[in-house]
Design a protein around this ligand. Structure first.
Ligand code: ZN
Length: 372
């Protein structure tokens, strides 16, 4: 057993790995309820040693620790097993350790908030409402396409709206964060006057779990991720880079780092690019994100006026050309930057076609109403 590498040892217990990447192996973590493989076994060249680590529940160790944690062996037995003695069989019954994962708001809150979100999404598309039309035009001026606005369920809330007793949705452009089958937060981008009164541009519905990973669901099956500072920047970048292989996410602010629950979504990626604003908060965020994962690369802001992705886009920065060198080094054997970009274009075209179709159906319905 001494000659057994840690990956083989763990394979005896957990079966074939869900994923491999050179000298890295990934399983669904047996110690917590793991929705994507976040249990990593990798070789540390410097120490010439295999180690395992779960990016979800943060358990880690070497071969001996594995035998103790998983097979329930004593430290002494584990040591003897690894040094040539007969190894005890895997124990039949396993009790996963309970890990405190961040949980979404209560079901009641989600139901009520989702009702409000859907109402606001319909209102944003109401051409009779001049303020909604202005909000839609504002989103368009930020480069967001109609399909993006619809898919993200962006909405317009004309005034403070009671969602649950004592919990009011602020007015403005509404941004809901749906992931893992739950509604985590609802934010409003406040109208100018309200923003001046409250001293901030954004305000969340009370009871929201902000600092959740916006866009996390798109990471399922993706190989490359881009983490950025805010939702609108994430949506804009998604239009240029989003595809089945690449997902753009945000923690919703420069200050928040992913908690274990969201880290376990990121663990699946070949590469995570971090794009933060060109200001002090962004610089701090770039520094802090560096330690989130080993396969992470911090992107330097382009040499252009403006402080964030939307500014850069407005100032004529070619986002594709800017990020292409970073994409080119992402899993070069499996994925080419050109392929990612081509797939995004195809996806955008499909969404546009679907939008045109919905539009036509609407026109026909209105015509039928008018002529009935
Ligand atoms: Zn775990």
């Amino acid at each position: 057993m001494a000659a057994l590498d840690l990956p083989e040892l763990i394979q005896q217990d957990l079966g074939a790995p869900a994923r491999t990447r050179s000298r890295e192996y990934w399983w669904r973590c047996p110690f917590h309820d793991d929705s994507s493989p976040s249990f990593q076994v990798s070789y540390y060249e410097a120490r010439q040693k295999w180690r395992w680590k779960c990016w979800g529940c943060a358990r880690s160790g070497d071969a001996r620790d594995w035998l103790v944690a998983w097979r329930g062996m004593s430290t002494g037995d584990a040591w003897r097993a690894l040094n040539g003695d007969a190894c005890a069989p895997a124990r039949a019954e396993v009790r996963p350790r309970q890990v405190a994962f961040s949980e979404p708001p209560a079901r009641e809150w989600q139901d009520a908030a989702l009702d409000a979100v859907l109402g606001c999404a319909a209102e944003l598309q109401n051409p009779q409402d001049a303020k909604a039309a202005a909000a839609l035009a504002w989103l368009r001026a930020r480069g967001l396409r109609p399909a993006t606005v619809e898919r993200a369920l962006l909405g317009w809330n004309p005034e403070w709206r009671e969602v649950l007793p004592g919990q009011k949705l602020p007015p403005g452009i509404i941004i809901p964060a749906l992931a893992d089958g739950a509604l985590w937060y609802v934010k409003a981008r406040l109208p100018k006057r309200e923003a001046a009164r409250l001293g901030d541009k954004y305000l969340a519905l009370a009871g929201s779990r902000t600092a959740s990973l916006y866009g996390a669901d798109a990471l399922l099956g993706a190989r490359v991720g881009i983490a950025t500072e805010g939702e609108f920047d994430a949506l804009l970048l998604g239009q240029f880079f989003g595809s089945a292989e690449l997902a753009v996410v945000t923690m919703g602010s420069a200050g928040a780092l992913p908690s274990p629950r969201w880290k376990s979504h990121l663990a699946w990626l070949d590469k995570l690019l971090v794009v933060m604003d060109a200001d002090d908060a962004g610089a701090k965020a770039r520094e802090r994100w560096q330690h989130v994962a080993r396969w992470l690369q911090v992107v330097e802001p382009p040499a252009a006026p403006g402080k964030d992705v939307t500014d850069w886009w407005k100032n004529g920065v070619n986002l594709r050309e800017w990020l292409k060198p970073y994409l080119a080094t992402a899993a070069p054997d499996k994925l080419r930057a050109d392929d990612i970009l081509a797939r995004t274009l195809a996806q955008n075209a499909l969404q546009d076609a679907a939008g045109v179709q919905r539009e036509l159906v609407g026109v026909v319905a209105r015509w039928q109403d008018a002529t009935a």
